[in-house]
Design a protein around this ligand. Structure first.
Ligand code: NAI
Length: 362
């Protein structure tokens, strides 16, 4: 644990210890294309396990960056896709045996089982294992032996965009971290991989397995559910009040205004975008904002952070999976019955028109 710093609501939080290379400054170190050397990869065989969202995008970008990655996949539709893209597809054990740098790009939930069965038995000292999230390393579900470098190259971007941005000569942010394997090469390899997939065109931020888990899971357990719940409340209150469900649904998300506001947060700044709204809107937003975070919500945010950091959430999710995800199934059934889903279905034509207008805009 590092220095305690104050966050905006005055609670004391701790900066999270990062990679050994971290400087003491508050600002994270960011690496860009011109300072990262790809040479460290030229003598190493890169293996990619999984050809899904991230696997496909990263394999294609790495190949277009001048390397010949080996691809491993079980027998399924992803394997067929990899073959269509011109890769020879191997078994996971074969790639674990042959490759020096192994990118584990299968879902976090299945990684421990696949790792223990097909990867770990074939590791040699000096090999480097690369993850696109900090999840299994932070929660110690995967603990590679001494002598194995463990790195994280975690794009803050969905796989499809990782590929499209690369093809358009653009980058995306990513977080990198490492646990040295003993030869001092883990961080240079992480940065070279970040460059090969196109991330350092924008910036690779030195981070840690823990920090990646915290920002990822806290968004999933506080930010996104908060937004979803407020949207539902908006729909419920206005329709109860007598407003037309289709008009409310259109206003909520189908008009595309939501997306435009999110984009304006980038082009004009998080607060700057407020200036694009009317004075009435600006006053309404600024004067009501604090009411949206009552003490119960603040208490929940602390509870959620603690649950993520301590591993309690990890244990709960592991238990849920062990029993065939009964709660997740129930929650899905419940949410599908919400009147918003019915209203959205009635507006399918409008949704398709708006969706079409977004095609090719990325
Ligand atoms: P995915 O769901 O697209 O993975 C599909 C791949 O996993 C396929 O190749 C499939 O054959 C393989 N697979 C699935 N179950 C398997 C099993 N039991 N045994 C062997 N292979 C199996 O995964 P995704 O979303 O690409 O995630 C990969 C990693 O990237 C994860 O660590 C995730 O946290 C991280 N990540 C994902 C992002 C995304 O946009 N989806 C963004 C940033 C990081």
């Amino acid at each position: 644990m590092g220095l305690p710093v104050l966050n905006t609501i005055g609670l004391s939080i701790h900066r999270i210890a990062k990679c050994p290379t971290e400087k003491d400054g508050i600002m994270a170190k960011v690496h860009r294309d011109d300072e990262v050397d790809l040479k460290v990869l030229s003598t190493r065989k890169i293996g990619i396990v999984g050809y899904g969202n991230q696997g496909r995008a990263q394999a294609l970008n790495i190949r277009d960056s001048g390397f010949e990655p080996m691809v491993a996949n079980r027998d399924d539709e992803y394997k067929a896709k990899a073959i269509r893209d011109g890769f020879k597809v191997h078994s996971i054990s074969h790639v674990a045996k042959e490759a020096d740098v192994i990118l584990v790009l299968i879902p976090d939930e299945v990684q421990p089982q696949v790792y223990h069965k097909h990867i770990q038995p074939h590791l040699w000292p000096g090999d480097v294992l690369c993850f696109a999230s900090g999840y299994n390393v932070y929660y110690k579900a995967i603990e590679p032996p001494e002598g194995i470098g463990v790195i994280m190259v975690a794009p803050r971007m969905i796989g499809e965009a990782v590929r499209n941005l690369y093809k358009n000569g653009l980058g995306f942010p990513c977080l990198v971290a490492c646990r040295e394997g003993g030869n001092g090469q883990s961080m240079p390899i992480a940065l070279a991989l970040a460059k090969a997939i196109g991330a350092t065109r924008l910036g690779a931020f030195e981070s840690s397995f823990k920090e990646e888990v915290m920002i990822d899971l806290f968004a999933e357990q506080m930010l996104w559910p908060g937004i979803l719940k407020l949207c539902l409340l908006y729909f419920e209150k206005l329709t109860d009040y007598g407003c037309d469900p289709e008009v409310v649904t259109s206003e909520l998300h189908l008009s595309g205004e939501f997306v435009e506001i999110a984009k304006a947060m980038i082009t004009h700044g998080f607060f700057g975008q407020l200036k694009l709204h009317s004075q009435t809107s600006q006053y309404g937003q600024l004067s009501c904002m604090d009411r949206m975070a009552p003490p119960e919500l603040l208490a929940y945010t602390n509870e959620a952070l603690e649950k993520i950091a301590s591993g309690k959430f990890h244990a709960e999710w592991a238990e849920e999976q062990k029993h065939g995800k009964p709660n997740m199934k129930r929650l899905w059934q419940q949410i599908r019955r919400h009147p918003l889903a019915e209203s959205e279905a009635k507006l399918d034509t409008l949704r398709k028109i708006v969706a079409k207008s977004y095609e090719g805009r990325r």
